[in-house]
Design a protein around this ligand. Structure first.
Ligand code: SF4
Ligand code: SF4
Length: 382
């Protein structure tokens, strides 16, 4: 049976702000039915790496927080520490980055709690019912122990997963550092020597001293040191650092779906996605390339799989903005064919053309298979 996904675009009438539109959307979608009274209510989001300007504005998050507080929820904002160095790899820097990006008491009426603690080691092993890739998921304690889960997601592209939506926000984002290692384990990159120019960008960006440019002017990855974080793939502009093979992205996406299932099983949950500033890569980087499509709108659902599918479809239906990573890469890959056999790569598959080594739809297919949700949806326009 199809799940309902509620959607509103970014058109407004004078005097009726986007914040009011958001409130109307989440109420129509049923947020007020969440049993929050007196319960720990985790709002899982990405605070944005310092320097990145595509992350969600806190003003939107505050609308959702206030609605949950009206329901009596003990509401907190949360995310887990990152695997790589940067502004969010420990709780001190992470909270500082969140505050600087506006997730502070002035802008949002809920505190920030880093889910996996000071150094990313505070996690709970949660069972994965029906898991094929993971029996347990190592989830940041504050999210694992929360009674109600609400995800708030900036929907965009992603260099390893293909796209970053609700499943990515929860399954990867809520994982502790040990959990993230597990998720990335099969997605270590390789160097395509035909494309590598020896520029050294990957070497400078690797936090694990795992990639070096040799005397042959080609990058070389040490598999013993590499944790598969994907940072070298993100910084390489030449197609030199690439995913090892298609199945790696698929494996990671399937594990992300399983981690998401572990988090949500048995708990009331609700999900909101913002299809805006659709950058080609994750908000984890301290920069963001131009958006691939114009801002599309906001969507909400109780079904995370349906929500991601609907958001992906809405992105595919949007016109491409000229002079973006999509147009950079489209000519080079337009003769490639679908290699996964599930017909996800039409002429206008933005995620495929931007990140041809990824298999974005695998997360949704596997999510549906393990009972996380359904890819069938009814779009209800508000
Ligand atoms: S893999 Fe990419 S970033 Fe690394 S040296 Fe080669 S071209 Fe430069
Ligand atoms: S080599 Fe690349 S994927 Fe491996 S740890 Fe370094 S940046 Fe991450």
């Amino acid at each position: 049976m199809a799940s309902k996904v509620f959607f509103t675009d970014f058109r407004t009438a004078t005097g009726f702000s986007l914040l009011k539109k958001l409130k109307k959307l989440i109420v129509a979608a049923g947020i007020d039915t969440l049993p929050c009274e007196g319960r720990f209510t985790a709002v899982k989001l990405h605070f944005g790496e310092p320097g990145n300007m595509a992350f969600l504005r806190p003003n939107y998050v505050d609308v959702i927080v206030r609605e949950l507080q009206k329901l009596g929820g003990i509401v907190f904002l949360t995310d887990s520490n990152t695997l790589y160095s940067g502004g969010r790899s420990n709780a001190v820097n992470h909270i500082d980055s969140a505050m600087r990006n506006g997730f502070n008491p002035i802008s949002v009426s809920a505190p920030v709690i880093i889910a996996d603690g000071l150094d990313g080691t505070d996690y709970v092993k949660m069972p994965v019912a029906g898991g094929e890739y993971c029996r347990t998921a190592k989830i940041g304690s504050a999210i694992a122990k929360a009674d109600v889960i609400v995800s708030v997601t900036h929907f965009k592209g992603h260099e390893m997963a293909g796209f970053g939506g609700t499943l990515k926000n929860l399954g990867m984002g809520a994982a502790s550092r040990a959990g993230k290692m597990k998720l990335h384990a099969d997605s270590k990159p390789v160097i395509d020597t035909a494309n590598c120019t020896g520029c050294g960008k990957c070497e400078h960006s690797c936090s694990h001293d795992a990639v070096h440019v040799g005397t042959d002017r080609k990058a070389h990855i040490d598999p013993e040191k590499c944790v598969g974080c994907g940072q070298c793939i993100a910084v390489c502009q030449k197609g030199g650092a690439v995913s090892a093979q298609d199945s790696d992205s698929k494996n990671m996406n399937c594990k992300i779906a399983e981690y998401t299932k572990a988090i949500l099983d048995g708990k009331p949950n609700f999900h909101v996605s913002f299809i805006m500033d659709v950058s080609p890569e994750c908000d984890c980087w301290g920069s963001n390339d131009a958006a691939l499509v114009p801002n599309v709108g906001m969507a909400a659902s109780f079904d995370p799989v349906a929500l991601d599918q609907a958001c992906a479809d809405l992105v595919m239906q949007a016109p491409v903005i000229p002079d973006t990573m999509y147009t950079d890469r489209h000519d080079a890959s337009e003769k490639e064919r679908c290699r996964h056999g599930h017909n996800c790569r039409g002429e206008h598959d933005i995620f495929y053309y931007v990140h041809p080594d990824t298999d974005w739809k695998s997360a949704l297919i596997h999510g549906e298979k393990i009972g996380l949700g359904t890819m069938e949806y009814e779009l209800v326009r508000i």
